[in-house]
Design a protein around this ligand. Structure first.
Ligand SMILES: *Cc1c(COP(=O)(O)O)cnc(C)c1O
Length: 363
């Protein structure tokens, strides 16, 4: 049996008629940038996420960049974030000339350890970016409380977590701003790059709207220096087809996780924190025998992935910038985590096959 890590072709085949029709409608409309489809996607995703405003942008990375920029983050400022995430979370901080302050993670959820945030706050701290890693919400109440005490803004990096819940509330409305990614392999992905900024703050929404369109709110009137970062009509139309299935797809990911949990032996299965609904964007186990296990699975036709092999503070570029930190939990996780295939189209049989091959592995 061959088991890929994700199967976007199977997903397309399951919704082909609707997707093809949506794409054709856009092509026939002759409207490709900031038209009705983007407006509809913004309205629907804002409603779903319980926020007043949503602004479609070109990627999750741009969503984070524009969120920080809308808060005025600049050179000399500091932004606290986790060392264990996709590189973009920290990259955007540096791109604005500000300094990422890396905090270690909780070893059980892999999310930022809120206990270590306070002693990293200085007079230059402007924001905290918790990441809902693998689709599991970070400890938002504790993080918000710390931030409020110091008048610091909180930006949720929700690139892996649309649909996840924290204490009964959808992620996306839990901080001051939230950022979504619609990269094709995300749990809600389009067929290219795409992203969105969510907020209840009218001024932030207005600012992001300007910044994504050359700092302009009216054609040829420029109020500030922005960039070109718009979600396009084709991607928005594709997104709106897929959005109808997000709840069902997330539930299927959760069901797959349950099946894995019940069968797997000899590896540490994911921990789902109290009060949260984890949507298992990734089903990630840990083992001290990762290299050999990954090869054993590959030899049996099963593809896996490592999210992420190098914590951000150990990336070459940050070492060159003089970062010399020891964040033991992030470093240990980077050596031990392994994401198994988990996607909505996956059959129970395929999950059983993966689990059996893990249980049979004699490291
Ligand atoms: C994917 C991802 C991003 C970046 O999103 P893009 O749409 O690829 O730019 C940022 N943060 C996290 C945690 C991600 O997983």
């Amino acid at each position: 049996m061959q088991v890929p890590i994700i199967d976007l072709k199977a997903q397309y085949m399951s919704i082909k008629n609707e997707i093809d029709r949506a794409v054709e409608n856009v092509l026939r409309s002759g409207s490709f940038i900031l038209g009705e489809e983007v407006k509809r996607a913004e309205e629907e995703i804002a409603k779903y996420s319980n926020v007043k405003y949503a602004v479609g942008v070109n990627s999750g990375t741009d969503a984070l960049f524009l969120a920080l920029k809308s808060l005025g983050v600049k050179e000399g400022d500091e932004v606290i974030t986790t060392a264990f995430s996709f590189f973009a979370t920290a990259e955007v901080i540096s791109l604005l000339g500000a300094k990422p302050i890396f905090v270690d993670i909780r070893p059980d959820t892999y999310n930022i350890d809120f206990m270590q945030i306070k002693n990293n706050i200085t007079k230059n701290t402007k924001a905290i970016i918790p990441v809902h890693l693998y689709g599991q919400p970070a400890d938002m109440d504790e993080i918000n409380e710390i931030a409020r005490g110091y008048n610091i803004k909180v930006i949720e990096d929700a690139a892996q977590a649309i649909g996840a819940e924290y204490k009964g509330k959808k992620i996306g409305s839990l901080g001051d701003i939230a950022c979504l990614s619609f990269f094709p392999t995300k749990n809600l992905g389009c067929y290219g790059d795409g992203g969105m900024v969510l907020t209840n703050d009218e001024q932030i929404a207005f600012k992001v709207r300007e910044l994504r369109a050359h700092g302009s709110s009216k054609k040829y009137i420029h109020n500030e220096i922005g960039i070109n970062s718009r979600l396009d009509e084709l991607q928005a139309a594709i997104l709106m087809v897929k959005f109808k299935y997000i709840e069902a797809w997330n539930e299927r990911r959760r069901k797959n996780a349950k099946i894995y949990n019940n069968i797997l032996k000899n590896v540490v299965i994911p921990f789902e924190a109290e009060f949260v609904k984890h949507i298992y964007h990734q089903y990630t186990v840990r083992t001290q025998n990762r290299g050999k296990l990954q090869k054993h699975l590959k030899d049996n036709g099963i593809l896996t992935a490592i999210h992420y092999p190098i914590p951000i503070h150990k990336q070459e570029v940050y070492l060159k910038m003089g970062y010399n930190l020891s964040l033991p939990e992030s470093e240990k996780a980077a050596d031990e985590v392994l994401s198994l295939p988990n996607y909505p189209e996956m059959t129970d049989e395929a999950i059983g096959y993966v689990a059996l091959n893990i249980n049979n592995f004699k490291g």
